[in-house]
Ligand binder design. Structure first.
Ligand SMILES: *Cc1c(COP(=O)(O)O)cnc(C)c1O
Length: 391
């Protein structure tokens, strides 16, 4: 096993041993580091990518449809996030949309396998090699998933990011970064030895996080109802980011060594299978209706993070979600296009299309088959809202 930095967890390793070894083995990795969050893993991945070039202002290309974490952590390393548009049918980046954001300052590309739908990552990896930039694969929502060509997710990234925090496929806490070559592992090790993640126990981390979530929801709502332009909103968002106290404390932290990780790790296959059954249940109940299109990449990836659909009437998406929520079911509308919050000049029309239409439902341990049956009844009951006549 190749745990990084060289001295990590020497006292408590046995409770991490199986998971560490299997995660490295899966992608034939050369080094593995534990963190308190996937956000910290992204941060160190960017630092590695940046360390390979001498540039005044490095840039990282990332998806426009995602949570804001990958962009915030890039800014913490003084890399500029550049947002690639998505395919409107999959909500995923493509080689062409990534190429459109390339400049001589690009040091890395982040691909995110979103909601269990897998990016066609092989041609992107090939292109990154030609350009001598790093490919970072984010598996926070795709742990244990299979790529379209049958390889395990994470097989193509130079660096692979994992999250084990709440709402993810394993929820014991923490995150990890796998380096898939000896050279990258060595760079990562050197950076970790020199700049290890610190614990900021003097900050109220939940409040810092809440401050961002409230800001995000508020600004996304204004964008959704077309009351403000992305330029106006981005000005507010980027200014708020500058005054946010201690972003570093929110995103960068070490793994808690007291977690018994291996036990949860070994339960993963059974958990993924249970989620798959739940996704199939939604699919069978909903696929015939013409009010939406289902995102069904989970059928081939074998991992469903959320069951998602794109409704045909975006103006009604919020009313529809709220109606199902009032019936007692979990509903979310992730994700809003991050370029509109942080860099509207990276225009992403397809990301806007997806953001206004996406509705997500739960397949985790908090729901069972009877719950999903009732949830689908509620969804179908409110589908009228999404037909043209109702608008
Ligand atoms: C949740 C998530 C993260 C951040 O994970 P943390 O462990 O909470 O830092 C990063 N990327 C994606 C795609 C995520 O879904």
């Amino acid at each position: 096993m190749f745990l990084l930095p060289d001295y990590t967890f020497t006292d408590s390793l046995p409770r991490y041993e199986i998971a560490s070894a299997e995660l490295v083995e899966r992608t034939h990795g050369h080094g593995f580091a534990w963190f308190g969050r996937a956000a910290s893993a992204l941060y160190y991945a960017y630092r590695v990518a940046k360390s390979r070039h001498v540039l005044a202002q490095a840039e990282v290309i990332m998806p426009s449809v995602m949570c804001t974490t990958a962009a915030h952590t890039a800014l913490l390393t003084d890399c500029t996030p550049r947002f690639a548009d998505v395919d409107p049918h999959t909500a995923l980046v493509t080689l062409d949309s990534i190429k459109a954001r390339y400049t001589i300052n690009t040091v890395a590309v982040v691909v995110i396998h979103l909601l269990g739908n897998m990016v066609d990552v092989a041609p992107i990896a090939e292109w990154c090699k030609q350009k001598n930039i790093l490919l970072i694969e984010d598996l926070a929502q795709a742990l244990g998933a299979v790529l379209p060509d049958g390889k395990p997710a994470g097989s193509y990234g130079d660096l692979v990011v994992y999250s084990f925090n709440k709402t993810k496929l394993i929820e014991v806490g923490g995150g990890a970064l796998v380096a898939n070559s000896a050279r990258i592992a060595e760079r990562l090790n050197n950076i970790l030895v020199q700049y290890p993640p610190e614990s900021y126990s003097m900050y109220d981390i939940p409040s810092l996080g809440l401050a961002y979530r409230n800001l995000h929801h508020s600004l996304v709502t204004l964008l959704r109802i077309n009351r403000s332009t992305p330029d106006q909103i981005a000005t507010v968002y980027n200014t708020a980011r500058e005054v946010h106290p201690m972003e570093q404390a929110l995103y960068i932290r070490p793994m808690n060594p007291n977690i018994n990780f291996d036990e949860t790790w070994q339960a993963l296959p059974a958990r993924l299978e249970a989620r798959q059954h739940k996704a199939e249940q939604y699919y069978d109940a909903l696929f015939r209706h013409s009010a939406w299109k289902l995102l069904a990449g989970w059928q081939t990836s074998q991992v469903c993070w959320r069951f998602s659909l794109l409704v045909n009437q975006p103006e009604q998406a919020m009313t529809f979600s709220e109606s199902v929520r009032k019936d007692g079911f979990h509903v979310s509308n992730l994700y809003w296009a991050v370029n509109q919050l942080m860099r509207p000049s990276d225009t992403c029309p397809n990301a806007d299309y997806v953001s206004r239409r996406i509705v997500n439902f739960w397949v985790d341990d908090s729901v069972d088959s009877a719950w999903i049956t009732r949830c689908c009844e509620s969804i179908l009951h409110h589908a009228d809202l999404l037909t043209v006549d109702a608008v």
